[in-house]
Write a protein that binds this ligand. Structure first.
Ligand code: ADP
Ligand code: MG
Length: 299
């Protein structure tokens, strides 16, 4: 295509809410055949709410919420926001936290409260608790499974060396996601769902938006997302990755084409070639159509 055609294409993109980093990006956009979609914040809104509090036998539900809420108050993760806000609404002021640590892709830990009242609390994936030899009782494990089967994310809460409860949060699927995925398929692309979340949650979301069950890659650590992209590339695929979070930056940079949600983090936007300003996944299909039009009509 002539530089003029590329410039016009880039300008059209901007009008459609697609920011294109450079004219050469349109060429890679046209060649893409696989679209890897991050789940949280990309296919879903990323705005979670606390739906359910399940305390183990002998554990006070408000205490569970107070300790977990205090800890999550120190984290920016969407799950953390839901828990901290839900806890504050139900139990009021939350205790202070010391020695807070974020365990990437797994959860959070820290010391909640002061003096004799202080407790070593952990909130996150079951794997995180298991690493610390805390195991869910059968009722808590059942609560986790039930939540996941409904496409909800459940996290475990433990303190002083014992698993104490489960908190269920849910994140709404964006109303435009299913349509966007239909459009991507019609353009001949294969959509793939990639997430750090539980496999059952991922499967439920995939079913709702029309992604094939065998194209779901779940329970992937943040640092391993980039390896998933590299693996698809080594299979000969030309990969677009759509993401919004800090976690997605390496995968966005590695992909043949990185698309960031305009509603996402600056880190994700910097690592990508295209930004979908409105955070609407349908703009990914618009970008593919635009590249085909721009490069197809003028040789
Ligand atoms: P995604 O790939 O869906 O954006 P992440 O990689 O950020 O997810 O997190 C993966 C999983 O780790 C979450 O589904 C959750 O179980 C757990 N997790 C991460 N951060 C937290 C947190 N602050 N509180 C509780 N659980 C967390
Ligand atoms: Mg995310």
């Amino acid at each position: 295509a002539t530089p003029m055609a590329l410039m016009i294409g880039t300008g059209r993109g901007a009008q459609m809410g697609i920011l294109i980093k450079g004219p050469e990006v349109l060429e890679t956009t046209r060649r893409v055949d696989t679209v890897v979609l991050d789940k949280t914040g990309t296919v879903t809104t990323g705005q979670m709410t606390l739906l359910d509090v399940v305390a183990d036998e002998g554990v006070d539900a408000d205490e569970l919420l107070r300790l977990a809420g205090a800890l999550e108050n120190a984290s920016e993760h969407p799950i953390a926001r839901a828990i901290a806000e839900g806890a504050a609404a139900r139990v009021g002021e939350l205790p202070s936290v010391e020695d807070f640590a974020n365990v990437e892709g797994l959860g959070v830990q820290g010391i909640v409260g002061d003096g004799d009242e202080s407790r070593a609390v952990v909130v996150g994936r079951v794997r995180l608790l298991e690493d610390w030899a805390q195991y869910l009782s059968p009722p808590l494990a059942a609560a986790m499974d039930a939540a996941a089967a409904q496409g909800r994310t459940a996290v475990a809460v433990g303190w002083d060396g014992k698993a104490r409860g489960v908190l269920v949060v849910a994140d709404a699927i964006k109303p435009t996601s299913a349509d966007a995925i239909t459009q991507l398929r019609e353009l001949g692309l294969t959509p793939v769902l990639l997430t750090g979340d539980n496999a059952k949650v991922a499967a439920a979301v995939a079913a709702e938006v029309g992604i094939d069950p065998d194209q779901v890659i779940a329970e992937v650590m943040p640092s391993d997302k980039v390896d998933v992209v590299a693996r698809l590339q080594s299979e000969g695929k030309s990969v677009a990755m759509v993401g919004d979070g800090i976690n997605d930056a390496a995968a966005l940079a590695r992909a043949d084409l990185g698309l960031a949600m305009g509603t996402g983090t600056d880190v994700a936007i910097e690592a990508s070639d295209l930004t979908l300003v409105r955070g609407d996944l349908r703009a990914a299909a618009d970008a593919i159509r635009l590249s085909r039009k721009t490069l197809g009509t003028i040789k």
